[in-house]
Design a protein around this ligand. Structure first.
Ligand code: ARG
Length: 459
């Protein structure tokens, strides 16, 4: 049997393999809510414009409501022969209300229908990401506030560089995730235009009101060009690009968590709720959630890449290639959402080992820059000379196998005779971080202020 919806000119039905490659119902059934909402908005507009009768519109609308209930109750039978969610619903509508169902598709095509449904789905995902990012920002800012004064080593090249505070480190991620959130908000604004009414590609001869359907579906306006309306997938590409950057940030933090909770670092304790044990090694507590967050980045980048490649060679307007857009987004965006939820839980629960952090903050000659700065400030040396003097003092400490503050004054004066006892004040990690008062620097006072600013902004 040929297809009930478009089989007029076909003598034979499709080959089984054709049906398999062509059908999208196995995954696009996720769009049932959006599809029904779109159809209801469309038929209401058709009635208002006198394109269908009010009576037909009422019949169609109540039929659509029954289908929504059937799907939500798990009673709806999805059929591959009917290809996709649009035709499954329309065919069921015909079973329920008879030939009137056929009026729903006036002045519409599956091309503008799928573009609208999918936009609505992506828009919901963006709204969810925004809310979840806000939650993560809150968790990070609270933790940062609590540990505004706890010192830890700051790294470059994963080598101890200068002491910073744990709160400062967390607030760096607040900046990143806040940019992620603003990207999501920004993309959502750009994507909030309604393609419905672009019809197949050229628009329609019926006197439709696209502004009405756009408003009914929560869009700011209709898309301005029908060819673009049916063939644009920027909205999902942008969502995936934003998701990729966010996943990259999550992955960096996850990587730090993995390193920090290793026995060799011992910087943090993860809660039992966000770690797992080993089936063979009883002593182990593994940071699986962090590892999985790190891993999920791959499939999110993959989705963006798959879609960019899928789109790049497509002439205007719609091509069936575009059906492949959905699985990528359906995989990537919910996985990002899961990763965000797991990261937020982990951050809320984790505790820094402040003693270990402090010990580590002081090792590796991390206050050498403070020593050089002291020579500049107190002795009036040019920084390059001070750098040289400090290098010589560090070398002395390395040779003796001691930390900077363990050198005697005489030893330091052997390198630079003008050094006084006051130098010891800048060699402690507490004084080092306390002195970093420049805007954006790591001083506990700054960190308190920044954490308070974020918490205020987020509340
Ligand atoms: N299932 C299709 C998709 O996801 C719907 C649009 C089909 N349009 C068409 N002209 N065959 O892209």
């Amino acid at each position: 049997m040929s297809n009930r919806m478009w089989g007029g000119r076909f003598a034979e039905g499709p080959d089984a393999i054709m049906e398999e490659i062509n059908a999208s119902i196995d995954f696009d059934q996720k769009l049932y809510k959006q599809d029904i909402a779109g159809s209801k908005a469309h038929v209401a507009m058709l009635a208002k414009q006198g394109i269908v009768s009010d009576e037909d519109a009422t019949t169609i609308t109540s039929g659509l409501d029954s289908i929504l209930a059937e799907i939500e109750e798990g009673k709806f039978v999805f059929s591959r022969a009917l290809e996709d969610i649009h035709m499954n619903i329309e065919a069921r509508l015909a079973e329920l209300i008879g030939p009137t169902a056929g009026r729903l598709h006036t002045a519409r095509s599956r091309n503008d229908q799928v573009a609208t449904d999918f936009r609505l789905w992506v828009r919901d995902s963006m709204d969810q990401l925004e809310a979840q990012l806000t939650d993560l920002l809150q968790a990070l800012s609270e933790k940062a506030q609590k540990h505004a004064g706890d010192v830890m080593p700051g790294f470059t090249h994963l080598q101890s560089a200068q002491p910073v505070t744990f709160g400062h480190h967390l607030l760096a991620y607040v900046e990143m995730f806040a940019r992620d959130r603003s990207r999501v908000v920004d993309a959502r604004k750009r994507m909030n235009e309604c393609p419905l009414g672009s019809a197949a590609l050229a628009g329609t001869s019926f006197p439709i009101d696209r502004t009405q359907t756009a408003q009914a579906l929560g869009f700011d306006r209709p898309t301005a060009n029908s060819l673009d309306g049916v063939s644009d997938r920027d909205f999902v590409l942008e969502a995936l690009a934003d998701a990729s950057i966010c996943a990259m940030h999550l992955s960096r933090l996850a990587e730090e968590i993995v390193i920090w909770c290793s026995a060799q670092f011992g910087f943090i304790k993860l809660s039992d709720k966000f770690s797992t044990g080993s089936s063979i090694m009883p002593q182990k507590k593994n940071p699986d959630a962090a590892e999985l967050i790190r891993a999920k980045t791959g499939r999110i980048y993959g989705a963006l890449n798959a879609l960019l490649v899928m789109m790049k060679g497509l002439p205007l307007t719609y091509s069936k290639d575009m059906q492949e857009d959905k699985e990528q987004a359906f995989d990537a965006l919910p996985n990002l959402s899961l990763a965000l939820a797991a990261m937020t839980g982990m951050i809320r629960d984790l505790e820094p080992n402040t003693d270990v952090l402090k010990q580590a903050a002081g090792s590796g000659y991390s206050t050498a820059t403070d020593l050089a700065d002291w020579c500049v400030r107190v002795l009036g040396m040019p920084f390059r000379n001070a750098h040289h003097v400090t290098g010589a003092i560090v070398k002395l400490a390395v040779d003796k196998g001691v930390e900077l503050h363990e050198l005697t004054l005489e030893e330091m004066q052997g390198v630079e005779p003008q050094i006084t006892n006051d130098i010891y004040n800048v060699l402690t990690v507490e004084n080092s971080v306390r002195s970093r008062v420049s805007y954006g620097g790591t001083s506990p006072q700054n960190v308190q202020e920044q954490a308070a600013r974020w918490l205020k902004e987020l509340s």
